[in-house]
Design a protein around this ligand. Structure first.
Ligand code: PBG
Length: 324
């Protein structure tokens, strides 16, 4: 059927019709809320490049969790700011580390909330790289041992899902094996499977104080030019035991989200990263765009591309609006 018999505008005439034919929905149940936790008590240190985001001590993080949970957000993901950094990132796998302590507090006070943890070393190493530095590069296999220790300590503290974001080869398989050997068969792995070396992580590095002190992450994170390679990365992670595969960043990488979903039919997460958040906040704050409107549009479109879940700093704001 063609014009004038077919008139697509007929079904756009009013909100009721539009609602009936709407193909994608966004709910608070799709969202994962990232939190930055630091040592101390009653501590809130706002992150200047991410308005509305702060580094929080465990007690304050628990409050955020209670609010997120009450708004229908099913999960949070924790990033840690250690007391001290060293070349091997030892606080990353200390049972008394800031993330481990916070997990226990959250599990005690908000037991229904899913707790996910970012498994990486860059927040804990003094050089800011995601692994053990050897010469000018990151040693893959030595890093695997430390990542396994980190994932295990998160599991022991009560994490439901561990999310390796380091981009070392073989880390999903190594972590799966380590978890199974210690009896954590039920702890799921959300792999940052296709994680690109992206300028969109800029504000996060202020929030997590994790800027590399030399060089960059291009020898382990992916080249933004590549898409077929992303599918190979995802394939490897699934073969090694990933339960959820992530594409990161989201907005400029929706073709990757789409292809991963189409090809594997696995649960797909997309990370609406710090730079994507800050750009909207900056333009919204200046009155150049309608912040609420484009936030909604961006998250909805990430779902339309094929994501089952979205990690976003907007999670609470959006959930609050959905409630209203
Ligand atoms: C740790 C990690 C990063 C992000 C999530 N986990 C930073 C990086 O790889 O440099 C970025 C998240 C964001 O920008 O919101 N490796």
């Amino acid at each position: 059927m063609r014009f004038p018999d077919y008139r697509p505008r007929r079904l756009r005439k009013n909100e009721k019709l539009r609602e009936l034919v709407r193909e994608t929905t966004l709910t608070s149940g799709d969202l994962i809320y990232p939190l930055f936790v630091c040592p101390g008590k009653d501590h809130v240190q706002s992150v200047s490049s991410m308005p509305g985001v702060a580094q929080l001590s465990a007690d304050r993080a628990v409050k955020e969790c209670q609010e997120a949970s009450a708004l229908g957000i099913p999960a949070i993901i924790l990033f840690g700011l250690p007391e001290r950094k060293d070349p091997l990132g030892s606080e990353a796998y200390s049972d008394r580390g800031v993330v481990q302590t916070t997990i226990r507090e959250i599990k005690e006070k908000v037991p229904d909330l899913l707790v996910m943890t970012d498994v990486c070393l860059c927040e804990y190493t003094d050089h800011g790289h995601c692994g053990v530095v050897q010469g000018a590069d990151v040693d893959n296999d030595r890093t695997l041992e430390l990542l396994c220790k980190e994932a295990l300590s998160h599991a022991r503290a009560g994490a439901d899902v561990v999310a390796p974001s380091d981009m070392m080869d073989g880390r999903v398989g190594a972590i799966r094996k380590a978890l199974d050997q210690e009896g954590f068969k039920e702890v799921a792995i959300m792999a940052y499977a296709a994680k690109y070396a992206s300028g969109f992580y800029g504000p996060f590095r202020e929030a997590a104080e994790s800027t590399p002190q030399f060089g960059d992450r291009r020898s382990y994170q992916m080249d933004p030019a590549n898409a077929d390679e992303a599918l190979r990365e995802v394939e490897l992670d699934i073969a090694e035991g990933a339960d959820i595969v992530m594409v990161k960043p989201a907005m400029a990488y929706l073709d990757i989200v789409y292809r991963v979903k189409q090809k594997f039919g696995y649960p797909v997460a997309a990370y609406n990263v710090s730079g994507e958040y800050s750009m909207i906040k900056a333009a919204g704050g200046n009155g150049w765009v309608d912040e609420e409107r484009i936030t909604w549009e961006v998250l909805l479109c990430i779902k339309r591309a094929g994501a089952d879940m979205i990690l976003s700093y907007f999670a609470k704001e959006v959930a609050r609006r959905l409630r209203a």
